[in-house]
Design a protein around this ligand. Structure first.
Ligand code: BJW
Ligand code: ZN
Length: 237
């Protein structure tokens, strides 16, 4: 039984790393990027999540983020988020590496966490570079402005932009030292996040994937568990 084997590996792991993507928040009602429900007003996320798109039409890109913030504000963590928070409590050396910009992992109780792609609830000024938390929903005015008068942007990582250095370093360190590397709800197509399970495997980790569908990682994973995060992850405790 694959689930029983995965559960045993996790229970015996001294060092566990978990990488999550949009799929884990799908059961909370947040749309994923690729696949059904990934489109917003006929735009693909890839057309909006770039610095070029923002410079061309900041109003349009901010409307997308404002809409996503309003959806997120009504969402609750699900059984998948809670199972990962519980795994953290049971494992000596643990890191949750998330690509998600929502805060559902923290709200489920996760503490040892790094956000590779930033946060939907933070903004950054294009003029003075100041960063701040911003939880206003809906935003008014749109685009929002900094106290210095400059335009604010979402404090997230778009295509072509570097990931936050400290988060990436901690994620790589966890990949080097993990006995088990659990990957949940990501299409595993966006780099450098998608490289982490490969790095972990090269350094001796067993890789377990939880996803509704086969992904780029599936052929490399030691165990693939097909199904919803909310159904499968609690069974790994
Ligand atoms: C379920 C489920 C359920 C559904 N249960 N499962 C060619 C080769 C390699 C790399 C590149 C290349 N060309 C360009 C690149 C680099 C590029 C990249 O990777 N591009 C690829 C697309 C080809 N990467 C970058 O540009 C990164 N930066 C970089 O490389 O910088 C270099 C640099 C160095 C120094 C200086 C300057 C630059 C940055 C990447 C940033 C990604 N940003 C986004 C937006 C964040 C903000 C926002 O949220 O708006 O991050 S894009 C988007 O994709 C978002 C996500 O975090 C990320 C990953 O998506 P994810 O999580 O995998 O979601 P989905 O929707 O794709 O998949 C969901 C999965 O869940 C599916 O598999 C479903 O089956 C499953 N699922 N429901 C279980 N209930
Ligand atoms: Zn400013």
């Amino acid at each position: 039984m694959k689930v029983a084997e995965a559960k045993k590996w996790i229970a015996q792991a001294r060092s566990l790393a978990v990488l999550t993507g949009a799929g884990i928040s799908a059961e909370s009602g947040l749309p994923t990027f690729r696949g059904p429900g990934g489109l917003w007003r006929n735009f693909r996320p890839e057309q909006l999540a770039t610095p070029e798109a923002f410079h061309r039409d900041p109003q349009l890109v901010w409307e997308w983020y404002d809409w996503r913030r309003s959806v997120h504000a009504k969402c609750e963590p699900n059984a998948g988020h809670r199972a990962i928070a519980e795994l953290e409590k049971r494992t000596q050396e643990f890191l949750l590496i998330t690509q998600n910009v929502d805060s559902l992992h923290e709200r489920a109780g996760s503490k040892r966490i790094v956000h590779l792609h930033g946060s939907l609830w933070r903004v950054r000024c294009l003029v003075c570079g100041g960063e701040a938390e911003n939880t206003q929903v809906p935003l008014d005015p749109l685009p929002p402005r900094c106290a210095c008068g400059g335009m604010l942007r979402p404090d997230v990582v778009w295509f072509g932009e570097a990931l936050p250095q400290e988060a990436m370093e901690r994620a790589l360190q966890a990949a080097y030292s993990a006995d088990v590397f659990l990957v949940a709800g990501t299409a595993s197509v966006v780099y450098p996040a998608a490289a982490l399970p490969h790095v972990a495997k090269q350094h001796g980790a067993r890789v377990i994937e939880v996803n509704l569908e086969a992904t780029e990682l599936s052929a490399v994973a030691d165990i693939t568990l097909r199904g919803k995060c909310g159904g499968i992850l609690p069974g790994l405790l």
